[in-house]
Design a protein around this ligand. Structure first.
Ligand code: PNS
Length: 168
Protein backbone atom coordinates (compact mmCIF):
# COMPACT_ATOMS: atom_id res chain seq x y z
CA UNK A 1 0.00 0.00 0.00
CA UNK A 2 1.48 3.33 -1.01
CA UNK A 3 1.95 6.13 1.49
CA UNK A 4 1.20 8.73 -1.13
CA UNK A 5 -0.90 11.70 -0.06
CA UNK A 6 -3.69 11.91 -2.59
CA UNK A 7 -5.97 14.93 -2.76
CA UNK A 8 -9.18 15.26 -4.70
CA UNK A 9 -10.02 18.67 -6.10
CA UNK A 10 -13.68 18.54 -7.15
CA UNK A 11 -15.77 21.01 -9.09
CA UNK A 12 -17.76 21.74 -12.21
CA UNK A 13 -14.82 23.31 -14.05
CA UNK A 14 -17.01 24.76 -16.79
CA UNK A 15 -14.37 25.77 -17.75
CA UNK A 16 -11.22 25.56 -15.62
CA UNK A 17 -9.89 29.07 -14.83
CA UNK A 18 -6.50 30.36 -13.76
CA UNK A 19 -7.98 30.47 -10.24
CA UNK A 20 -8.60 26.72 -10.30
CA UNK A 21 -5.19 26.10 -11.81
CA UNK A 22 -3.58 28.11 -9.01
CA UNK A 23 -5.38 26.12 -6.30
CA UNK A 24 -4.50 22.77 -7.92
CA UNK A 25 -0.82 23.69 -8.26
CA UNK A 26 -0.75 24.91 -4.63
CA UNK A 27 -2.17 21.54 -3.55
CA UNK A 28 1.00 19.88 -4.80
CA UNK A 29 2.84 21.57 -1.92
CA UNK A 30 1.28 19.05 0.45
CA UNK A 31 -0.16 16.32 -1.79
CA UNK A 32 1.84 13.88 -3.90
CA UNK A 33 -0.98 13.50 -6.38
CA UNK A 34 -4.00 15.65 -7.12
CA UNK A 35 -7.02 14.13 -8.79
CA UNK A 36 -9.22 16.78 -10.33
CA UNK A 37 -12.77 15.46 -10.29
CA UNK A 38 -15.20 16.99 -12.75
CA UNK A 39 -18.65 16.44 -11.28
CA UNK A 40 -21.60 15.75 -13.53
CA UNK A 41 -25.05 14.33 -13.20
CA UNK A 42 -26.53 12.07 -15.85
CA UNK A 43 -30.05 13.03 -14.76
CA UNK A 44 -29.68 16.67 -13.79
CA UNK A 45 -30.26 18.88 -16.82
CA UNK A 46 -27.87 21.65 -15.78
CA UNK A 47 -26.75 22.92 -19.16
CA UNK A 48 -23.10 23.76 -19.12
CA UNK A 49 -21.08 25.57 -21.72
CA UNK A 50 -18.73 22.63 -22.26
CA UNK A 51 -19.42 18.91 -22.32
CA UNK A 52 -17.94 17.06 -19.36
CA UNK A 53 -15.39 15.22 -21.53
CA UNK A 54 -14.17 18.50 -22.94
CA UNK A 55 -13.83 20.00 -19.44
CA UNK A 56 -11.69 17.01 -18.48
CA UNK A 57 -9.65 17.36 -21.66
CA UNK A 58 -8.97 21.07 -21.03
CA UNK A 59 -7.75 20.24 -17.50
CA UNK A 60 -5.46 17.52 -18.86
CA UNK A 61 -4.01 19.93 -21.41
CA UNK A 62 -3.55 22.62 -18.75
CA UNK A 63 -1.53 20.18 -16.62
CA UNK A 64 0.29 18.48 -19.48
CA UNK A 65 3.53 19.58 -17.73
CA UNK A 66 2.53 18.11 -14.36
CA UNK A 67 2.31 14.31 -14.12
CA UNK A 68 1.12 14.49 -10.49
CA UNK A 69 -2.19 15.99 -11.61
CA UNK A 70 -4.87 13.83 -13.21
CA UNK A 71 -8.35 14.75 -14.35
CA UNK A 72 -11.39 12.48 -14.43
CA UNK A 73 -15.13 12.95 -14.41
CA UNK A 74 -17.40 11.50 -11.76
CA UNK A 75 -21.06 11.28 -10.94
CA UNK A 76 -22.71 10.54 -7.64
CA UNK A 77 -21.34 11.35 -4.23
CA UNK A 78 -17.98 13.05 -3.92
CA UNK A 79 -17.09 10.92 -0.88
CA UNK A 80 -17.60 7.74 -2.92
CA UNK A 81 -15.44 9.11 -5.70
CA UNK A 82 -12.73 10.08 -3.22
CA UNK A 83 -12.82 6.65 -1.57
CA UNK A 84 -12.49 4.94 -4.95
CA UNK A 85 -9.46 7.12 -5.66
CA UNK A 86 -7.85 6.27 -2.30
CA UNK A 87 -8.14 9.91 -1.19
CA UNK A 88 -9.36 11.18 2.18
CA UNK A 89 -8.58 14.82 1.43
CA UNK A 90 -10.68 17.31 -0.53
CA UNK A 91 -9.12 20.58 -1.62
CA UNK A 92 -11.25 23.64 -2.30
CA UNK A 93 -10.32 27.25 -2.92
CA UNK A 94 -11.97 29.92 -0.78
CA UNK A 95 -12.22 33.25 -2.55
CA UNK A 96 -14.26 35.28 -0.13
CA UNK A 97 -16.47 35.17 2.93
CA UNK A 98 -19.39 34.61 0.58
CA UNK A 99 -17.95 31.20 -0.35
CA UNK A 100 -17.57 30.18 3.25
CA UNK A 101 -21.06 29.09 4.29
CA UNK A 102 -21.59 26.76 1.34
CA UNK A 103 -18.08 25.35 1.58
CA UNK A 104 -18.30 24.82 5.33
CA UNK A 105 -21.64 23.04 4.96
CA UNK A 106 -20.24 20.73 2.28
CA UNK A 107 -17.10 19.99 4.30
CA UNK A 108 -19.10 19.01 7.37
CA UNK A 109 -21.61 16.98 5.38
CA UNK A 110 -18.88 15.13 3.51
CA UNK A 111 -17.25 14.23 6.81
CA UNK A 112 -20.63 13.13 8.17
CA UNK A 113 -21.01 10.85 5.12
CA UNK A 114 -17.52 9.41 5.49
CA UNK A 115 -15.71 10.15 8.74
CA UNK A 116 -12.09 10.17 7.43
CA UNK A 117 -12.94 12.78 4.80
CA UNK A 118 -11.14 16.05 5.52
CA UNK A 119 -11.49 19.26 3.53
CA UNK A 120 -8.57 21.63 3.10
CA UNK A 121 -9.35 25.20 2.10
CA UNK A 122 -6.74 27.17 0.23
CA UNK A 123 -6.56 30.90 -0.30
CA UNK A 124 -6.04 31.75 -3.96
CA UNK A 125 -3.53 34.14 -5.40
CA UNK A 126 -4.87 37.68 -4.86
CA UNK A 127 -5.03 38.15 -8.61
CA UNK A 128 -7.69 35.46 -8.85
CA UNK A 129 -9.92 36.48 -5.94
CA UNK A 130 -12.77 37.68 -8.13
CA UNK A 131 -12.56 34.96 -10.78
CA UNK A 132 -15.29 32.43 -11.48
CA UNK A 133 -16.18 30.11 -14.34
CA UNK A 134 -19.62 31.72 -14.65
CA UNK A 135 -18.11 35.20 -15.14
CA UNK A 136 -15.69 33.78 -17.71
CA UNK A 137 -18.58 32.18 -19.61
CA UNK A 138 -20.54 35.39 -19.54
CA UNK A 139 -17.67 37.65 -20.63
CA UNK A 140 -16.57 35.28 -23.42
CA UNK A 141 -20.08 34.86 -24.78
CA UNK A 142 -20.51 38.64 -24.86
CA UNK A 143 -17.31 39.08 -26.84
CA UNK A 144 -15.05 40.21 -23.97
CA UNK A 145 -11.40 39.37 -23.51
CA UNK A 146 -10.94 36.46 -21.14
CA UNK A 147 -7.26 35.87 -21.90
CA UNK A 148 -6.18 37.08 -18.39
CA UNK A 149 -8.49 34.59 -16.71
CA UNK A 150 -8.14 31.17 -18.36
CA UNK A 151 -5.32 28.80 -19.34
CA UNK A 152 -4.39 28.55 -23.05
CA UNK A 153 -6.37 25.34 -23.81
CA UNK A 154 -9.55 27.06 -22.61
CA UNK A 155 -8.79 30.30 -24.42
CA UNK A 156 -8.33 28.40 -27.70
CA UNK A 157 -11.76 26.82 -27.40
CA UNK A 158 -13.49 30.03 -26.34
CA UNK A 159 -11.86 31.90 -29.21
CA UNK A 160 -12.95 29.20 -31.65
CA UNK A 161 -16.48 29.42 -30.34
CA UNK A 162 -16.93 33.16 -29.84
CA UNK A 163 -14.33 34.64 -32.15
CA UNK A 164 -11.27 36.76 -31.64
CA UNK A 165 -12.92 38.90 -28.94
CA UNK A 166 -12.04 36.16 -26.45
CA UNK A 167 -8.35 36.90 -26.88
CA UNK A 168 -8.00 40.29 -28.59
O1 PNS B 1 -17.29 24.04 -8.52
P1 PNS B 1 -18.60 23.74 -7.88
O2 PNS B 1 -19.68 23.66 -8.90
O3 PNS B 1 -18.90 24.68 -6.75
O4 PNS B 1 -18.45 22.26 -7.25
C1 PNS B 1 -19.45 21.70 -6.45
C2 PNS B 1 -19.15 20.20 -6.19
C3 PNS B 1 -18.98 19.47 -7.50
C4 PNS B 1 -17.89 20.09 -5.38
C5 PNS B 1 -20.34 19.62 -5.38
O5 PNS B 1 -21.54 19.92 -6.02
C6 PNS B 1 -20.22 18.11 -5.17
O6 PNS B 1 -19.47 17.67 -4.34
N1 PNS B 1 -20.99 17.35 -5.98
C7 PNS B 1 -20.98 15.88 -5.90
C8 PNS B 1 -22.27 15.38 -5.24
C9 PNS B 1 -22.13 15.31 -3.73
O7 PNS B 1 -21.33 14.60 -3.17
N2 PNS B 1 -22.99 16.10 -3.04
C10 PNS B 1 -22.99 16.20 -1.61
C11 PNS B 1 -22.01 17.27 -1.13
S1 PNS B 1 -22.05 17.47 0.60
Amino acid sequence: MSEQRIAVCPGSFDPITLGHEDIIRRSLRFADRVIVGVAYSATHVKQGMFEVDERVQMIRETFADEPAVEAVSFQGLLVEFAKAQGAAMIVRGLRAVSDFEYEFQMALMNRRLWEPMETVFLAPDLEHLYLSSSLVRQIASLGGDVSPFVPPPVLQRLTARFGGGASS
